[in-house]
Design a protein around this ligand. Structure first.
Ligand SMILES: [Zn+2]
Length: 270
């Protein structure tokens, strides 16, 4: 599933390619992929143009000249692919496509069909799931310590909760906990201030490195031009079952936590 670095990479790619383009045609092949307010028709966007592309949590947000926005969540296998040429045949699993006046196209494809494209009207307030952005100035070590001590949850489960912190998923939470030398099942209210500071630094560093590497391509993720990311080559713990820990040489174990595979080192993550 695309997490913050992958969605950020897609948003930056679309910002570079689609800003300023005018929507000439919209084809909807699978209506359930669309969420629109008051049964408004998506065709209200014909003639509108893209003024900016940004990311909020795990959503790519297309900002339009009308003040309307399109917020796209890719869920498991969603893709947003930009084609600069006019002679594009529809790629497999394309459910919505936008054709711009210059002939270029943006396709929203999703093999498993869990993704959604949401039209947000001018007067509508919308703010994803409400969690703090981990790369914002507001997300400090002190903030994280306060968040951890306001709850009694297993560390990994709290970090994955989008209501608290936006954009972290299984890969980057496993990596951050390994870097900070913290067990995924440690209870949040028992994390010391120095440990919270280590964890804060790990989260920020790993997200920034993964964005610089254009995301992690293990399953289906590709960027807005269809290219894979490269951070999978830098993973320290995720997916490394039975391989030696890069820090202490003990074996990495895979456990199941909240129905999800979890990788950690039993020796150096306490
Ligand atoms: Zn270790």
């Amino acid at each position: 599933m695309p997490e913050l670095p992958e969605v950020e990479t897609i948003a930056r790619g679309l910002a570079a390619t689609t800003v300023g383009k005018h929507i000439h045609a919209i084809d909807v092949f699978l209506p359930k992929m669309l969420i629109t307010p008051n049964k408004q028709k998506i065709n209200i966007l014909l003639g509108d143009s893209i003024t900016a592309v940004s990311r909020r949590a795990k959503y790519v947000v297309l900002n339009l000249a009308s003040g309307r926005r399109l917020a796209i969540h890719l869920r498991m296998t969603g893709r947003l692919i930009f084609y600069p040429n006019t002679d594009v045949s529809r790629p497999p699993h394309t459910h919505v496509s936008f054709t711009f006046t210059d002939g270029s196209q943006l396709h929203f494809a999703d093999m498993r069909q869990f993704g959604r494209l949401r039209l947000i009207d001018v007067s509508e307030t919308w703010d994803a799931d409400g969690g703090i952005e981990p790369l914002s100035p507001e997300f400090t070590a002190e903030y994280l310590w306060g968040l951890l001590h306001a709850h009694r949850a297993q560390l990994k489960n709290l970090l994955l909760n989008q209501n608290y912190i936006s954009g972290l998923g299984n890969i980057y939470v496993c990596e951050a906990l390994w870097q900070a030398r913290l067990s995924p099942i440690k209870l949040t209210h028992t994390v010391s201030r120095p440990a919270a500071t280590r964890l804060h630094r790990a989260i920020v560093q790993i997200l920034e490195k993964a964005i610089a590497a254009r995301g992690t391509s293990i399953d289906d993720y590709v960027d807005s031009r269809g290219n894979a990311g490269t951070f999978q080559h830098s993973l320290q713990v995720y997916g490394r079952t039975n391989k030696p820990c890069f820090r202490c040489k003990d074996r990495i174990v895979r456990t199941i936590q909240a129905q999800r595979g979890t990788w950690s080192c039993p020796s150096c993550q306490k």
